[in-house]
Write a protein that binds this ligand. Sequence first.
Ligand code: NAI
Length: 305
Amino acid sequence: MPYDFSGQVVVITGSGGGLGRAHALAFARRGAMLVINDFGGTRDGGDSRQNTSQNMAEKVVREITDQGGRAIANAGNVTSEPDMQAMVDQAMSAFGRIDVLVNNAGILRDKTFVKMDLPDFRTVIEVHLIGSVIATRAVLPVMQQQEYGRIVMTTSSSGLYGNFGQSNYGAAKMGLVGLINTLKLELFKSGIRVNGLAPVAATRMTDDIMPPQMLELLSPESVSPAVLYLCGKQAPTGEIITAGAGTFAKAQIVESDGVFLGAEATPEMIAESWNDLADMTTAKPYKQGSDQSQKFVVNAFENKG
Ligand code: NAI
């Protein structure tokens, strides 16, 4: 079986339900040993500790062990460095290595931007973006030592394309794309591949924002094959897969060739050139930001004098 995870250890944050649980079960069916992390709580991130946090993670652990798999539960909060370090220590003492980290934990606090309080903006950034940073920093020394690792960041169409009422969430999710873009460069030499997943699935996050007929098609299980693909031995790096209801696609940032208007360019010249400047028929992605700078300098040099 090409996507066999036997002997591999997979850590998934927020995997006590929804998409994380589906990913965990899919990895377990293919032989992986799982660390099921979930802080518990409500969809907006409230009410966590007194709730069923450990139970959520333990329930998924039981599902895996009942099917003959191996898994341990962790109730750490992704926004806490000590919690994430403790999760890594727990994984290392139970299984001795960490091959995969899926940053999946998340919350929602939707409101239009003008009505949103700063704490709600900050908290959503803190869980999705900083939480993924903290969990990634915690596993990195282990992956670097192994010279092997697969990391998935869970982004969203709300970040890639926008979604009414989700400025906090969209900003956090696009922040993760920026993180992927640099980590793919910095970690490649250590054998660590970093990719993104933009899922759509029927979970508690979406159960009141989509009609039941749509939700029926959007099982979390239909997304998980994308995560397994991104965590395989032959995984790409720096890619974003979008996935939902059985469709899988690639999302990418591209830039048009542009027009050279010179150092004396005016807004009027930009308005006149808009159709050429914004012609996306030959648009391309860049491997890194400096490739774009190079285009600017080459254009200026070629048009000099
Ligand atoms: P979910 O609410 O079922 O799962 C998120 C899990 O994260 C929950 O079990 C929650 O207890 C846990 N969690 C929240 N804060 C945590 C923290 N600080 N530390 C540890 N665990 C924490 O929702 P769903 O839909 O499964 O979401 C999974 C990921 O997929 C999220 O990152 C979400 O933003 C993303 N996503 C989901 C989409 C969808 O259509 N369901 C669309 C786009 C992205």
